[in-house]
Design a protein around this ligand. Structure first.
Ligand SMILES: [Fe+2]
Length: 313
């Protein structure tokens, strides 16, 4: 059966990109190779380590009871609160023993095909730099706090770890079909902004974009404004998303097994062939086929969203 990924593709070395595949023209710093890996993790100052500790403490005030059990367990397993920015080598050794993943330092956002290739090899590329006090509350580019605190704990979950590898393999196929944006929406609504229903009336966040900041950690699971809809892969891949504000809609999974099964068992060749060139649904849409957990008031968005002074309610 045709699936999410290219079954025959060998990822042991970086595969050649087909000539007709477009990739964003990112300028590679001269000190990194085609794998975009930094030779070593940045040396952090004591102020950098203090920023990590303060960000960590701020999240721990809001995450218990709101973050997925698997995420909290991952923080614990890797002891990410031991103080200071974690050292990637040691963290990778521990993570490797759990699920075979490692964390590798990259200088900045890296090209999609290189990112997918690392994921396909169970390597998670993490931003090297850490934000400053001036950008403590909001940063555009993911830093080491977002990438490590937000993403790495979930990689200790064996099923989620497999999902991330499949996702990387899937990226190469999506590029060939020129539907990277659709697959990107799936990443956005699961890996970055996903919610999970752990028990009836107990919805928690597992997405890194939610869990690495204090506002959305509360907003995503408790606010009246956003929609919460059970995740359906076809639907999600047709849905637009916003990158610079709180989400108007979150998608909820039943379990990581369900997320994994929904994606690997889907006939992605057929799905890609049926997709239009752009998204079908606005990010606020609620449609007939949706299994709606909470229909949002969208009050936050209607009041103007980020920058308007609107309260995230
Ligand atoms: Fe992220």
């Amino acid at each position: 059966m045709p699936t999410l990924a290219e079954p025959q593709q060998d990822y042991s070395t970086l595969p050649d990109l087909p000539a007709d595949v477009f990739t964003a023209p990112l300028k590679k710093p001269s000190h990194v190779g085609d794998d975009w890996l930094e030779p070593a993790q940045t040396e952090y100052t004591s102020e950098d380590h203090q920023v990590w500790d303060d960000l960590f403490a701020r999240q721990m005030d809001v995450l218990p009871g709101r973050a997925a059990t698997a995420f909290m367990a991952g923080l614990e397993k890797l002891d990410l609160g031991r103080g200071g920015v974690p050292e990637f080598g040691k963290m990778s050794e521990e993570l490797n023993a759990l699920t075979g993943w490692s964390v590798v330092p990259v200088p900045m956002l890296i090209p999609d095909h290189v990112f997918f290739w690392h994921l396909a090899n169970r390597r998670f590329p993490a931003g090297n730099f850490i934000r400053t006090r001036e950008t403590f509350d909001y940063i555009q580019e993911p830093d080491v706090f977002h990438d490590v605190f937000g993403h790495v704990p979930m990689l200790t979950d064996p099923v989620f770890a497999d999902y991330m590898q499949e996702y990387g393999r899937a990226g190469w196929k999506a590029m060939r079909y020129n539907h990277l944006k659709a697959l990107g929406a799936l990443y956005w609504y699961s890996v970055e902004f996903g919610l999970i229903e752990e028990a009836p009336d107990d919805i928690r966040a597992y997405g890194a974009g939610i869990l690495s900041g204090p506002t959305e950690a509360v907003f995503s699971v408790e606010a009246e404004s956003p929609n919460r809809i059970m995740l359906n892969v076809d639907r999600v891949m047709r849905t637009d998303y916003v990158i610079s504000d709180l989400q108007p809609t979150y998608f909820v999974i039943e379990s990581f097994e369900d997320l994994y099964r929904q994606t690997v068992e889907r006939d992605f060749d057929r799905l890609y062939r049926s997709l239009g060139p752009s998204f079908t649904y606005a990010n606020t849409a609620v449609i007939d086929v949706d299994n709606v957990v909470h229909r949002g008031s969208q009050e936050y968005l209607l009041r103007g969203g980020r920058g308007s002074g609107a309260k995230p309610v």
